[in-house]
Write a protein that binds this ligand. Structure first.
Ligand code: MN
Length: 383
């Protein structure tokens, strides 16, 4: 028996909080359609109370993007909730995600309210939102720097007011996997099964994926994040990573998802193009080097069995490059190594032709050009 995990995408909201990233309404719709094709369960389109264009993007997504739940973010303010409810109105399935920071630091420095005032705000906001919709989520911001008793108390208030999904946000990424896993075990035991638990992580220590996975193992039902890990500072959880981990380790983890992983790369490329935020070359799954091989010593093994140096082939995330194009040459290429590689393809060159080929490949590498095995063979054969 697999436990179904809901994927909640916030590329269009938290992802847009990346410095210098601005999505137009049309761009948000383009990405939202792609996220729906990818199999996202919930798409948070924006923060409708923030601006007219945020409202329009949410309204248009509610009308046009069918399949996923269309969510809008609202603060614990009646006006935010009214605007968000109206913006989501046309969706077949809509959600209002209500957010409030709950740590002592945020309550005193940013909100300037007491804890009991915070709990009243949560209760009133959720009750107000319930007048519009059943599907209300409460996101406890900075929850991992809040005492567990205070966190539990806030979540209970939200649940009693009618919130159906309770989300723990590791807002500055300081959670540790083991702690998050055990926290979710205790939270799961504190709420009835019809209350869904969610995790929302940031990647300040590079732990967002590990922490999200830990929450799911501990009992969370929903994971929030973005494509490519887009987001302010070090970004949010890269949802493509979580999806692929759950798929690859399906037998041991026993989770199921609706994500069509073979659409990961096309979604990643669209988000990269539209946001203008480059993806680091060695980024898991979607970086340009994620399925490239430059080590001469690996080539023979890779040609015999590509799984010698890959966990799975790129086709699982939608990559279509042939192995011949993914095996490339690095600057340490030597004459003898090249000779051995050529014999694998039954090509034999004279010493002088071999030296000329090494020189040609090295010159290309120095110009930062990619020389794949396919290119090398074409050159060797006089191409
Ligand atoms: Mn966030």
């Amino acid at each position: 028996m697999s436990r179904p995990i809901q994927f909640y995408d916030t590329t269009l909201r938290d992802g847009e909080q990346t410095p210098f990233v601005v999505f137009s309404v049309e761009q948000k719709l383009q990405i939202a359609h792609k996220l729906a094709d990818l199999g996202m369960d919930i798409i948070e389109v924006g923060f409708p109370a923030a601006s007219e264009s945020e409202q329009e993007a949410t309204r248009r997504a509610a009308l046009e993007v069918k399949g996923p739940v269309i969510a809008g973010l609202a603060r614990c303010k009646t006006a935010d909730i009214d605007i968000t409810a109206k913006a989501c109105e046309a969706a077949d399935k809509a959600r209002i995600s209500i957010v409030l920071p709950i740590s002592d630091r945020h309550l005193s420095a940013s909100l300037r309210i007491t804890r009991s005032e915070a709990e009243s705000q949560i209760s009133e906001a959720v009750r107000h939102a319930k007048k519009y919709l059943d599907d209300i989520e409460f996101i406890a911001t900075d929850a991992t720097r809040t005492s567990e008793a205070d966190l539990l108390s806030c979540l209970k208030v939200a649940a009693e007011a009618g919130a159906m999904t309770l989300v723990v946000a590791d807002t500055v990424g300081c959670g540790l996997p083991e702690e998050i896993k055990s926290l979710f075990g205790r939270l799961r035991a504190s709420f009835s099964p019809h209350i869904k638990l969610g995790i929302h992580c940031h990647n300040d220590f590079g732990l967002a994926t590990a922490n999200s996975l830990a929450a799911l193992e501990g009992g969370a039902d929903q994971v929030e994040g973005t494509i490519n890990g887009l987001g302010e500072r070090a970004g949010n959880t890269a949802l493509e990573e979580v999806a692929m981990i759950l798929k690859y380790h399906q037998t041991s983890l026993k989770f199921s998802t609706n994500i069509r992983t073979e659409r990961i790369l096309e979604t990643s490329r669209l988000v990269r193009e539209v946001s203008g935020v480059v993806v680091q070359p060695n980024k898991a799954l979607v970086g340009q080097n994620a399925f490239l091989h430059a080590a001469g010593m690996h080539q023979q093994a890779m040609l015999a069995d590509p799984l010698t140096f890959e966990p799975f082939g790129p086709e699982l995330v939608g990559g279509d490059a042939a192995l011949e194009d993914r095996i490339i040459f690095g600057k340490f290429l030597g004459k003898n190594g090249l000779k051995r590689l050529l014999t694998l393809d039954g090509v034999e060159l004279s010493e002088s032709d071999l030296e000329a080929l090494v020189a040609k490949i090295r010159a290309a590498i120095e110009r930062r050009e990619t020389v794949s095995r396919r290119t090398m063979l074409a050159w060797a054969k006089g191409g």
